[in-house]
Design a protein around this ligand. Structure first.
Ligand SMILES: Cc1ncc(COP(=O)(O)O)c(C=O)c1O
Length: 392
């Protein structure tokens, strides 16, 4: 008997034929340096747990204590009865940490991007976006009726050109990833801010991969470039280096007040469990009072990148722990990932539509949790697989 949903079978087959189909890898352990996957212990090099906070005892304890005090669920959306004191304390702490007037937490980074862009940009406005911005920024742009301008990746002449084209719009917003999640490059935010100031545009930066990684005490890209007070909207996620869950916007108090009232992805969803807020606060404390995690992250990053370059791998132009190991077409990236797994290393292939078809890669995220032994073993595994596949 046919079923109305049978068309999905054909669509799945199409994805499989193009090597674009993926199954969910299911971990049998916590997010440590080595995990059990499909019954096999492997070094994991594709998490965003940059500092090792996701499974740190301080976050576990903070969450447990909050459950005892506040219970588990938040019970309601933020605007109705879901805002507890602990949610507000987290927002105050984030604002202080980010040196802004205020902050607002969303359920996820994707919700922060969607909700913020949708709320503040109207039909008469123009949104100016780097061509490789994250999908959640693109979603936010699509939720508006604003005019859209896309400039070539990191191209400041291209940005200038579209700023001129967008001159007639009521308001202009330049939005960029801080650290590009697939390539690990740092956006030239200093130049972007200068140009935006020259052409009277607002600037929004998505610092999902810069938070906890760049700047003093991991304050992110704005601190990295010394641009405090000159970036209008500092967006980030709490789910990567902070080891928790949620997205946030830091900026003026007016921005917070307006988003509370108009950002649909903030309004129409239940607040975080209070234990999430408590654990996140602990991670903000920890990043400031235990600098060794950040130091180890960068030491590991430098070590791994140098070894991979010395072996002859093409690892792009990353300036951060994100390390793309280029493998040409999707098929080759999938095969590289498979071979790495066979040898004891887990890193997912990244293929179209996440990146261009001929820029397929295995993306490595070095973390502070990797030991010297992990890194040396990972490098040796790459050497074996890279030689077999003629990548080096
Ligand atoms: C650049 C960027 N922005 C936003 C997000 C979304 O963050 P979240 O996972 O908290 O929804 C991610 C991660 O997935 C990201 O890499």
């Amino acid at each position: 008997m046919t079923n109305k949903m049978d068309f999905l079978k054909g669509m799945i087959q199409e994805l499989k034929d193009k090597n674009l189909f993926t199954e969910l890898p299911v971990l049998g352990t916590e997010q440590k340096n080595r995990v059990v996957l499909n019954g096999k212990e492997v070094i994991i090099m594709c998490t965003n747990n940059y500092l090792g906070f996701a499974n740190h005892s301080r976050l576990r304890e903070a969450a447990k204590k909050a459950i005892d005090t506040w219970g588990f669920g938040a019970g309601a959306v933020r605007q109705i009865a879901g805002t507890m004191e602990i949610h507000v304390q987290l927002e105050e702490m984030l604002a202080e940490y980010k040196h802004t007037e205020a902050a607002l937490v969303f359920v996820a980074g994707i919700a922060a991007n969607r909700g913020t862009i949708q709320a503040i940009m109207g039909e008469e406005d123009a949104i100016i976006s780097d061509e490789l911005n994250h999908g959640s920024i693109i979603d936010g742009v699509r939720l508006t009726k604003s005019k859209r301008f896309v400039y070539p990746h990191l191209d400041m002449e291209g940005l200038k050109k579209v700023l001129v084209e967008a001159k007639e719009a009521r308001r202009r917003l330049v939005v960029t990833d801080g650290v590009f999640s697939m390539d690990g490059e740092i956006a030239p935010l200093d130049r972007i801010v200068e140009l935006a100031e020259e052409y009277d545009a607002m600037v929004m930066v998505d610092d999902a991969h810069g938070d906890g990684v760049l700047g003093k005490d991991g304050r992110g890209i704005i601190d990295h470039f010394g641009l405090e007070g000159r970036v209008d909207i500092d967006m980030g996620t709490l789910s990567k280096a902070f080891g928790s869950l949620g997205g946030y916007i830091a900026g003026r108090k007016d921005l917070r007040d307006y988003l509370i009232n108009t950002a649909r992805s903030f309004i129409f969803t239940t607040a975080h469990p209070p234990s999430v807020a408590a654990a996140t606060m602990e991670s903000i404390r920890m990043i400031q009072d235990e600098p060794e995690h950040l130091q180890r992250l960068w030491r590991n990053t430098r070590y791994f990148k140098k070894a991979m370059t010395d072996l002859g791998f093409d690892i792009g132009h990353s300036q951060t722990p994100i390390t793309p190991v280029m493998a040409r077409q999707s098929k080759e990236a999938v095969e590289l990932s498979r071979q790495l797994f066979e040898e004891g290393l887990f890193a997912k292939p990244i293929v179209f539509p996440l990146v261009a078809r001929d820029k397929s890669r295995v993306r490595i995220n070095v973390t502070a949790q990797h030991t010297q032994e992990d890194l040396d073993e990972a490098i040796a595994i790459f050497e074996i697989a890279g030689k077999r596949m003629n990548l080096i």
